[in-house]
Design a protein around this ligand. Structure first.
Ligand SMILES: Nc1ncnc2c1ncn2[C@@H]1O[C@H](COP(=O)(O)OP(=O)(O)OP(=O)(O)O)[C@@H](O)[C@H]1O
Ligand SMILES: [Mg+2]
Length: 284
């Protein structure tokens, strides 16, 4: 088998608080994401989903003392702080989409500037080409009037539009991996579905691998070929999404599934999650 694009090997993480007390966040995670593969990471709040991806890419908030063991490999090589500082990993080969666009986007800069900034930092396009590419990127994530949106500041846009802008920023430099951490949770159902479709279409068009983090198995099932179920800092079950939905092995997966009746019922065993996504397959 070829080298996975992203691989966690016995990855553990623990926090140390101000008084020197430690608490375990991740208890040994093994997970591989192949090139172009779509992998869902699902589990209840506090399971460690965000921690897994943020710790891997050095994206913990300032002031958090985290000790890690085991390794995370990108393209077969460990992701080290030095590699994160020196190379074009974050924002270049790896694009992140976070849940809270209101926090992740700069409030005072126009959307066009923020998308363009990724291009300035991670490509050698000329200024004019960058400008045109910004419009293309915004259009490619389903924004109908990219020139107007490019001039807007984040607060002038709806939550769904802001999430699309975040996807545009994440894919600006043609990443080989897109990590989306609860990218649709803050949105209402209809918009959630639209943004998810844009994300899936973007992944398919670019051929990038996608790691989609969600507490909602329903969301993950719409988009990913593989699913890993996390609980209490570890992966309790993983495998092809279709198999996992049809024959959950772990009681916790079964419980998650029971909470989403629309994923079972008559379609059980032949759940339609294969791509391309048809709108009638979306049951969010
Ligand atoms: N700064 C911190 N200090 C101490 N513990 C933390 C810190 N940040 C997160 N944790 C703990 O790490 C564990 C995993 O948190 P994480 O945010 O990864 O959960 P999650 O699965 O992403 O949940 P959610 O679905 O709510 O986003 C939780 O038990 C949480 O309390
Ligand atoms: Mg989270």
């Amino acid at each position: 088998m070829s080298t996975p694009l992203l691989e966690f090997v016995g990855f553990r993480a623990s926090f140390t608080d101000d008084r020197g007390r430690t608490s375990v966040g991740l208890r040994g995670v093994d997970l591989a994401v192949g090139r172009g593969q779509t992998v869902g990471v699902v589990g209840e709040s506090g399971a460690g989903k965000s921690l897994l991806l943020r710790a891997a890419f050095g994206l913990m908030p300032p002031g958090v003392r985290l000790t890690t063991e085991g390794s995370v490999l990108f393209d077969g090589l460990p992701i080290t702080p030095a590699r994160l500082r020196k190379t074009d990993l974050l924002g270049g080969k790896v694009g992140f989409v976070f849940q809270d666009s209101a926090l992740a986007l700069h409030p005072l800069r126009s959307v066009g500037f923020q998308v363009g900034e990724q291009l300035r930092l991670h490509t050698d396009l000329s200024r004019l080409r960058r400008r045109l590419r910004v419009f293309d990127l915004l259009a490619s994530v389903g924004i109908e009037d990219p020139e107007r949106v490019a001039k807007s500041r984040p607060h002038q846009l709806s939550g769904g539009m802001r999430q699309r802008v975040m996807i545009a920023i994440a894919i600006a430099a043609d990443p080989v991996l897109i990590v989306a951490d609860e990218p649709t949770t803050a949105l209402d159902n209809v918009v959630q579905r639209q943004v998810l479709l844009e994300l899936a279409a973007t992944q398919e068009r670019t051929g990038a691998a996608l790691v989609l983090v969600s507490h909602d198995l329903g969301v993950v099932a719409q988009v990913t070929e593989q699913t890993a179920v996390m609980r209490d800092g570890t992966i309790v079950e993983s495998g092809p999404t279709v198999t996992l939905l049809a024959r959950p092995q772990h009681p916790y997966t079964a419980a998650l599934l029971a909470a989403r009746p629309s994923l079972r019922g008559p379609r059980q065993g032949s759940v339609a999650v294969q791509r391309p996504l048809a709108s009638d397959q979306m049951e969010l």
